[in-house]
Design a protein. Structure first.
Length: 549
């Protein structure tokens, strides 16, 4: 039997929840909306992992993490061509504050600058005490201070990396149409043009992969690298837009923002009401999500397998969806469908997808990430070493830091070296030199063919090798590990993705045109996948759907 809705949204990540949020704001009393999500919990990559360590509950991000605090004087467009405008509007609508108290520091932690955000020590390393681990050599603390002179790297490498991190080499000042020029080459090719060797690419590739693209610099457009403010893509001496960033990382990452948005759509979606602690960290009221008499519903564990217009797409008045739930097939009819799932899903689920859109999706490459959350009973070993951020160049992963969480209430426990915490490892799978279109697939194969047990052993071995001499004992100190395979973590835009225009526009423009009653609205259309971009596309999808009703 087929149910009927005005709009069906496919996908419960930030794009889908944003579309549902926008629809619910302007809905008429007679209109009904349904969101279908294939997992047992909404959120897409904005989910969280939870631990109990010696009686204390700890929360950590599964994937989506690092937001920007919107200040009252936010200037529209300041964050990259207006791509953060919708995010800023939603931040205000959700009554998110312009500042957040952090956990108090005690027990010796006061002497450190401890990051709240996982990414900030990667972007602004010089703000923090950082240790570089070299196998066979040991730790080097704050190597940037003396231009890497204490590292075991050859002098030529030290000089090259010093130039790189300081952005001393410039190929764009005075050049016209810089963005189009950058989009015509890979970031790896730009670094070669600037005279950087393999050492600079090996130094930056892990950051490129975990922060936005999932692959190496030789597989992405140099303009994509400019969006990260990477050296060589901005004039020498100019600071990246991230230099003055005001980041926020909630205990469970951006899940806190998505949950706040959901509480506006379904007020009793969380046990305990709409106040901040229950919404951001509390239990979900699953019974409130899919009530039969509700105008806005969210249906979990519903895997959409087929979407198509009914009849000729140009004259169709409805689309039909088929999904699987509890081993049974079900059909839904909708006046509009918002496909808020990623391009790797849409190209295979939309049955009547026209060749033009299918070909456009064929130019979307993706890279994988493994997010490993390791709950530890204390971080005394970091304190003994004298830093709170670590980076290494062999083994599993590349970077991890102690994090100072947002304080939950006036009686927040102080953070000390004896406090239990979660270390979050964002782990890339790099294949430098491989064909750009294949790097993501090679990494995904590596991610999926490696068992959780092997990953866990690699993490324990890596941590023991680096921190064992400082007192770390994996058997004693690790309280739990959660591994999150993120197979299509990020879009990896190749050269030409942003500015090459075929008939109808760029590949993203072609997909945004939609197909009959089917609308495509997901963050990868922006050229890199993030919460703010997902919100922007989700809102656009909702407004397009509303215009069809």
């Amino acid at each position: 039997m087929a149910e009927s809705y005005d709009v069906v949204v496919v996908g419960g990540g930030f794009s889908g929840i944003s579309a549902l949020y926008e629809l619910s704001k302007q809905s008429k009393a007679s209109q009904r909306y349904l969101l279908l999500e294939n997992h047992a919990i909404f959120g897409g990559e904005a989910k969280q992992n939870e631990f109990e360590v010696d009686g204390q509950r700890l929360v950590a991000p599964q994937g989506s993490n690092s937001g920007a605090i919107i200040q009252p004087d936010f200037a529209r467009g300041v964050y990259g061509g207006g791509r953060y405008d919708v995010y800023a509007d939603y931040w205000r609508e959700l009554d998110m504050p312009s500042e957040f108290p952090l956990e108090p520091l005690a027990g010796g932690a006061e002497r450190y600058e401890i990051a709240n955000d996982h990414y900030d020590p990667m972007v602004r390393e010089s703000r923090y005490d950082v240790g570089y681990w070299f196998k066979g050599h040991g730790w080097v603390k704050n190597p940037m201070v003396d231009d890497f002179a204490r590292t075991p790297w050859p002098i030529e490498t030290q000089r090259s990396l010093s130039d790189f991190v300081a952005n001393r080499r410039d190929a764009i000042t005075g050049r016209q149409d810089v963005d189009e020029w950058l989009d015509g080459m890979t970031y790896g090719a730009l670094l070669e043009r600037l005279g950087y060797g393999l050492e600079a690419r090996r130094y930056i590739d892990p950051f490129i992969a975990v922060s936005n693209f999932g692959v190496c610099g030789d597989a992405i457009s140099a303009f994509a690298a400019k969006r990260l403010g990477l050296p060589g893509t901005i004039p020498s001496g100019e600071k990246s837009r991230f230099a003055t960033r005001n980041p926020i990382s909630f205990p469970g990452g951006n899940a806190a923002i998505l949950r706040t948005m959901l509480s506006r759509i379904i007020p009793d979606a969380f046990i305990g009401g709409r106040s901040k602690p229950p919404v951001m960290e509390g239990q979900v009221n699953f019974g409130a999500l899919d009530r039969e008499d509700a105008r806005v519903r969210i249906r979990l564990r519903a895997t959409v397998t087929r979407v198509a217009n009914v009849g000729n797409p140009e004259r169709s008045e409805h689309a039909e969806l088929i999904y699987v739930r509890d081993g049974r097939l079900a059909k839904i009819r909708a006046r509009a469908v918002v496909m808020a799932t990623g391009g790797w899903v849409n190209r295979r689920v939309v049955a009547d997808l026209p060749d033009q859109i299918r070909d456009a999706y064929g130019r979307f490459n993706y890279g994988p990430i493994l997010t490993a959350n390791v709950a530890i009973r204390n971080w005394r070993f970091f304190d003994k070493l004298g830093f709170t951020v670590a980076r290494w160049f062999e083994g599993l992963g590349w970077h991890v830091c102690v994090r100072r969480n947002v304080a939950n209430g006036a009686d927040a426990r102080p953070l000390t070296p004896d406090s239990p915490i979660v270390l979050t490892f964002y782990i890339p799978f790099l294949h430098p030199g491989a064909d750009p279109a294949s790097q993501g697939a090679l990494g995904r194969q590596q991610l999926l063919e490696t068992s959780y047990a092997i990953f866990e052993q690699q993490l324990r071995t890596c941590m023991t090798e680096m921190f064992g001499a400082a007192g770390f004992d994996a058997r004693r100190d690790i309280a739990g590990i959660v591994l999150n395979r993120w197979g299509h973590a990020y879009l990896a835009p190749p050269p030409g993705f942003f500015f090459n225009k075929d008939a109808g526009g760029t590949v993203s423009d072609i997909i945004r045109m939609g197909h009959g009653r089917i609308i495509f609205a997901h963050s990868d259309l922006q050229g890199n996948m993030s919460m703010a971009h997902a919100m922007r596309e989700g809102k656009r999808g909702a407004l397009t759907a509303a215009s069809m009703l």
